[in-house]
Design a protein around this ligand. Sequence first.
Ligand SMILES: Nc1ncnc2c1ncn2[C@@H]1O[C@H](COP(=O)(O)OP(=O)(O)OP(=O)(O)O)[C@@H](O)[C@H]1O
Ligand SMILES: [Mg+2]
Length: 244
Amino acid sequence: MFAIEVYNLTKKFGEFVAVNNISFKVAKGEIFGFLGPNGAGKSTTIRMLCGIMRPTSGEGLVGGYSINNQPEEIKKIIGYMSQKFTLYQDLTVEENINFYGGIHGLSSSAIKERKKWVIKMAGLIGKENYLTRELSGGWKQRLSLGCAILHQPEILFLDEPTASVDPISRRDFWDLIYNLSEKGTTIFVTSHYMDEVERCHRIAIIYSGKIIAMGSPKELKKEFTKSEKSTLEEVFISAIEREK
Ligand SMILES: Nc1ncnc2c1ncn2[C@@H]1O[C@H](COP(=O)(O)OP(=O)(O)OP(=O)(O)O)[C@@H](O)[C@H]1O
Ligand SMILES: [Mg+2]
C-alpha cells in the first residue's frame, strides 16, 4: 500500500523545467527524504503533491487521490509545513493553533484537546500567549510543525522543518517524526542536514529537476561510494559529480 505515487511529474515555469519527469512511490508509514541542492525542485515537487500547484504534466496520487483532479481531498488528509513561515505573526501561539484547528475542520472540543497536546509536544508550555512574531526562529518552526499535525494527518510534508532549530530541539523533532511514522503517518521531508537525512528510511536525490538516485542510506552508500562506512555527504557529492 503506497501513500504517495508519482508518475512522470513535470513542472515548467515558462521554458524553464523545474521538475523534470520524476517518478517514485512512498510506502505508508515510511520516512522519505528528499535531498538536493538549492533550486533542485524540492519545494516545487512538494507544492504539487500538496495540491496547491498544478503540474504541467504527469500524475501523482496522495492517499489515493489525484493531484490533478482531487486537490481538495488531498488537503484534508495531509499536513504541510512550508519552507516559508506562514503562520500569522500578529496572533498569539494559542490563537494560531485555534485558527489552524478551524481551517482543518476540528470541533472546538477537539481543538481544545489537540491544542494541549501540540503545545506540550512543541515545548511551547508557558508561551501560549506570546505573539508569534516575538518567538525566536526555532520556536516558530516548532509552532509551524504543531499546526501542521493538529488534525492528525495521514501524510505529512515537511519542507526544511528544522532550518534554524538548535541541535537538541532537532533531536526532539526527529523523535516526534519517528513516533508519528511508527503510528502509520507517512513523512515526506526535505533537509540539507545530512544527519537528518541519514535517519530516513529511504532517500531520493534530486538535481536540476531530475531524480538521480534513490534508495535506503545503506544502498546509496554502496552504489555511490562502495563503502557503507562513507557518509551521505560523500554520496550526495558523488551522485551529483556523475551528472555533471
Ligand atoms: N513560481 C515560480 N516561478 C518561476 N520559477 C520558479 C517558481 N518557483 C520555483 N521556481 C524555480 O524553480 C526551481 C526550483 O525551485 P524550488 O523552490 O523547488 O527548489 P528547492 O529544491 O526547494 O531549493 P531550496 O533548497 O533552495 O529550497 C528554481 O530554479 C526556482 O527559481
Ligand atoms: Mg525549497
